[in-house]
Design a protein around this ligand. Structure first.
Ligand code: ATP
Ligand code: MG
Length: 144
């Protein structure tokens, strides 16, 4: 059993796709164990995406991620990190394989419906960015 971190991004929340995306994740073997809706501030979005701060799209990405509420969640399942990336599909919604979340619910390379951690260390960092140890403990979620 592994845990990963997922965001349903503002484009998908605004379009009313959060329920369908969650169903897709659950059908794919990933169970939400901690969930909340947040509207990121500029500083929070910059902090979350700090690894991309030198990239040309950073400003647009931060503007997009602060454009409306997101749903942030911890997902649990077998090989959850890789499984989530598989279910999400390629970064660019226009190039993502048929049947993937980004192909079905995203718009383009920026407005691509979901985020998913790409490795165990980023999953741990990203879960901790949005959920405190106390919040997780209350839900019975322990992150090694
Ligand atoms: P994520 O980290 O959101 O799960 P990813 O790992 O597939 O997606 P990254 O390369 O980490 O993609 O990029 C982070 C996010 O930045 C993408 O999900 C997308 O919203 C945005 N992004 C990436 N590349 C571009 C680009 N060339 N132009 C505009 N936005 C981009
Ligand atoms: Mg990434």
């Amino acid at each position: 059993m592994e845990r990963t971190f997922s965001i349903i991004k503002p484009d998908a929340v605004k379009a009313g796709k959060a329920g369908a995306i969650t169903q897709h994740l659950v059908d794919g073997g990933l169970r939400p164990v901690a969930v909340k809706m947040v509207h990121l501030t500029q500083k929070e979005a910059e902090g979350f995406y700090y690894v991309h701060k030198a990239r040309p799209f950073f400003g647009d990405l931060v503007a997009f991620m602060t454009s409306g509420p997101c749903i942030v969640q911890v997902l649990e399942g077998e090989n959850a990190i890789a499984r989530n990336r598989e279910l999400m599909g390629a970064t660019d919604s226009k190039k993502a394989a048929a049947g993937t979340i980004r192909q079905k619910f995203g718009i383009d390379i920026e407005k691509n419906a979901v985020h998913g951690s790409d490795a165990p260390d980023t999953a741990k960092y990203e879960i901790g960015f949005f959920f405190s140890g106390a919040e997780l403990a209350r839900l019975g979620v322990t992150i090694g």
